[in-house]
Write a protein that binds this ligand. Structure first.
Ligand SMILES: Cc1cc2nc3c(=O)[nH]c(=O)nc-3n(C[C@H](O)[C@H](O)[C@H](O)COP(=O)(O)O)c2cc1C
Length: 260
């Protein structure tokens, strides 16, 4: 029986080796696929071809597995922004929009992810009107994606302060200078605003009140691994999440496989 380019090796999580820090993080990089895009990546040979499958008995809670994938791809340094996440929001009447943000935190228990942005941006306005989002992290080099859907709440001020303080000085100045999502007559105007804010604050740049974090509390998580000949492996976990005060209350997960 022919098993194709991936089939022979698919499903095998390779044993730990000198180039891999931990057995649980043996995420494998795809070989470049011919034809469409040159996906030349720092592969280290046949050992990198394995992509694996989801566990045959799905874990009760998907977040530790999500975290394992996430930390694995970050350590592998196979793509410049492994934490980039497409984030979809929608207006109150259901008109969607999507953009990329960075997933800066993944808290496995009780289970949410955090990104940071301008609260006055388009996404901020849509989240004020309709505080729900869908997100996807796609790690092409590993043939994996993670989908999240659920309610969104703003981060506590302390979380936003802490992350803002960790940012480079220029990024902190940029958060004041940019009226994110507003029309801009010319790039010169933006550069003037950057210079003005830099002069105003010097090196002590406080967090702007319009800038901070959001926590996306998934009530649905889907983990997906690319399989040979499009026989992908796909499972979805669901739970209830109810916004409560500044946070959310989450129920228990239930899991099931899906046809790919
Ligand atoms: C790799 C990448 C990472 C980004 N990270 C962020 C981010 O963490 N926060 C953010 O506000 N915008 C980020 N952006 C810019 C957004 O995609 C978007 O242009 C911006 O947030 C304005 O979106 P909006 O007008 O829909 O609100 C990133 C863009 C890219 C390509």
């Amino acid at each position: 029986m022919s098993c194709g380019i991936y089939g022979c090796l698919g499903g095998v999580l390779l044993p730990d080796g000198p180039r891999r820090p931990q057995a649980t993080q043996t995420l494998a990089i795809h070989p470049p696929r011919s034809g469409i895009i040159d996906r030349s990546l720092p592969t280290t040979g046949a050992a990198m071809l394995s992509k694996g499958f989801l566990p045959s008995s799905l874990p009760e809670d998907p977040m530790p597995l999500f975290e394992e994938w996430f930390s694995g791809v970050r350590k592998a340094k196979a793509q410049p922004n492994p934490d980039s996440m497409a984030l979809a929001t929608a207006t109150a009447d259901g008109r969607p929009s999507v953009r990329v943000v960075l997933c800066k935190k993944l808290i496995t228990s009780p289970g949410y992810v955090v990104f940071f942005t301008n609260y006055d941006s388009r996404k901020g306005g849509e989240l004020d009107a309709n505080p729900r989002a869908a997100a996807v992290l796609h790690w092409d080099a590993f043939g994996r994606q993670v989908r999240l859907e659920g309610p969104i709440v703003r981060s506590p001020a302390a979380e936003s302060d802490e992350y803002f303080a960790s940012r480079a000085l220029d990024s902190r100045i940029g958060a004041w200078a940019s009226l994110q999502s507003q029309p801009l007559d010319s790039r010169k105007t933006l550069l003037k605003r950057v210079a003005a804010e830099a002069a105003r604050f010097g090196t002590h740049v406080p967090r702007p009140p319009h800038w901070g974090g959001y926590r996306l509390w998934p009530e649905t998580v889907e983990l997906w691994i690319e399989g040979p000949f499009r026989v992908h492996d796909r499972a979805r976990w669901t739970r209830t999440v109810e916004p409560q005060g500044d946070g959310c209350a989450a129920g228990h997960w239930s899991a099931g496989r899906l046809f790919p």
